[in-house]
Design a protein around this ligand. Structure first.
Ligand code: URP
Ligand code: ZN
Ligand code: ZN
Length: 464
């Protein structure tokens, strides 16, 4: 059965055009003004997009689903996370595979893939974390990147003793990545400084969630970015800083770029719309807003938005990492160091960026598409199959009502997590119809599609 999206305003990262889109099967096959319906098969499904915007399906380049972390497990599975993503207009998720330091990479890859396969309702791929770099790990990481089609690694400079990779191994990994054409994504915060600061604050009796940010201030993140960039400078590897939260960290990345380092910068929705005062809410409510890097002072947001507008920051992800408030965040009641880190946002990202970015005049619609879809596709080897609207691309489409107003609430969310960090916030804009490879998967915030429908997207290395 074909799908016709009629009368919409098509917005890509560069273009703005009124035309109909016809999808025969999984791909877009025609984009023309006024497609004559009598030229199409009689069972064609027609979506009226009059007065609506048609966006390419949004891509979230940074989510956690299966995440054993800080003594707990993230609460979504691929059923709930993919439905939540689709309800919010996101049609492709890139999940971080985060094994423990003793786990073999190949086994971890199979484990993470096993969780997604047969459950995902949207398309997906992974970034493969390197938490060890012995000979066995090297050969398995190579196989995962090349043979399994996962040409993006992840390193953590933070989380001492759990996920962090020592410098000797960082050098080895970046050297290998350069040879293979694999991009290395990185969580940039100095693990030693955080460890020392945490110990000091806890010893001083500063145990509440409001002390999370002071334990890892902006300088700690900027050092991490500079550190990684120096290693990239020495090896020629291409790097991508995830969830870059503050002026100082982006500045360090831009300095590196000016020196010739191939560096891409990701912002995430929580850092663009929330700030440090949320983590200071009384009665432990601040724990809902504990993530790393932490929420910063308000003024940083202005820089992040302006750097998005100038396209110095390439992508907007979420770092969706859902831990319940009731029985998981509470583990850190007596010490902020034990609060599982993460602010779930996979369903809310697109409407938050539309409301507080586009409607607020900070970025235009093209920049929104670029940051929330096109750049992730380009950087991670999915373009032009994903990330744009053109003949031959996958029919991942979002028919968007830019005027719809509603309040965000945990009750309407399809994620399994027990709170909404944006509870009661009014947003403007909603994904009315969301398709994945030609199939309608969500309508008006509800999942209406097939599960499983999602495919693993195998990619080629492009970062030589
Ligand atoms: O707070 C966060 N970011 N939680 C998820 C793990 C990570 O560092 O990305
Ligand atoms: Zn991280
Ligand atoms: Zn993350």
């Amino acid at each position: 059965m074909g799908l016709l999206i009629k009368g919409g305003r098509i917005i890509t990262s560069t273009d703005d055009e009124r035309a109909d889109i016809y999808c025969a099967g999984e791909q877009i096959t025609r984009i023309e003004a006024g497609i004559d319906q009598s030229s199409l098969p009689p069972d064609t499904e027609v979506v009226d997009a009059t007065g609506k915007i048609v966006f390419p399906g949004f891509i979230d380049p940074h989510v956690h689903v299966h995440l054993p972390f800080m003594g707990s497990n993230a609460i979504d599975d691929w059923t709930t996370v993919s439905q939540a993503a689709l309800a919010g207009g996101t049609t492709t998720l890139i999940e971080m595979i985060c094994p423990g330091p003793k786990d073999e990479p190949r086994a971890a890859f199979e484990e993470w893939l096993g969780h997604a396969k047969g459950k995902a309702a949207c398309d997906f791929t992974f970034h493969m974390s390197a938490v060890r770099f012995d000979a066995l790990a090297q050969s398995q990481l190579r196989d995962i990147a090349i043979d399994c089609g996962i040409p993006s690694f992840k390193v953590f400079l933070a989380y001492k003793g759990a996920l962090d990779l020592p410098d000797e191994h960082l050098f080895g990994l970046l050297t290998m990545a350069k040879k293979l054409g694999v991009i290395v994504t990185a969580h940039c915060e100095n693990a030693e400084l955080i460890d020392a600061m945490q110990k000091r604050l806890i010893a001083e009796g500063k145990t509440g969630p409001e002390w999370h940010e002071p334990s890892r201030p902006t300088a700690v993140e900027a050092e991490g970015v500079h550190h990684l960039a120096t290693f990239a400078e020495m090896t020629g590897a291409h790097i991508y800083t995830v969830h870059t939260s503050c002026f100082q960290a982006v500045e360090a990345a831009l300095h590196a770029r000016a020196r010739g380092v191939n560096i891409w910068i990701e912002a995430v929705a929580p850092h663009l719309v929330l700030d440090k005062t949320y983590a200071e809410k009384p009665n432990f409510e601040g724990a809902k807003y504990v993530m790393s890097p932490p929420l910063r002072k308000k003024w940083h947001k202005k820089y992040l938005w302006n750097w998005l507008r100038g396209r110095e920051i390439s992508t907007i992800g979420t770092d969706h990492a859902p831990f319940n408030f009731g029985d998981q965040k509470i583990m850190g009641k007596d010490a902020f160091t034990k609060i599982p880190n993460g602010i779930p946002s996979v369903s809310e990202r697109v409407d938050l960026i539309h409301t507080f970015g586009v409607c607020a005049g900070k970025i235009d619609l093209h920049t929104m598409v670029d940051a929330c879809s096109t750049q992730a596709a380009r950087i991670f080897g999915l373009y032009p199959r994903k990330g744009t609207i053109r003949v031959g691309a996958d029919a991942d489409l979002v028919v968007y009502d830019p005027d719809h107003k509603r309040k965000l609430t945990v009750k309407d969310s399809l994620s399994a997590v027990d709170y909404n960090a944006y509870e009661g916030w009014e947003v403007t804009g909603r994904s009315e119809v969301v398709t994945v490879r030609g199939k309608v998967q969500a309508r008006n915030g509800k999942f209406v599609g097939a599960q499983p429908h999602g495919q693993l997207l195998k990619r080629e290395p492009t970062h030589f």
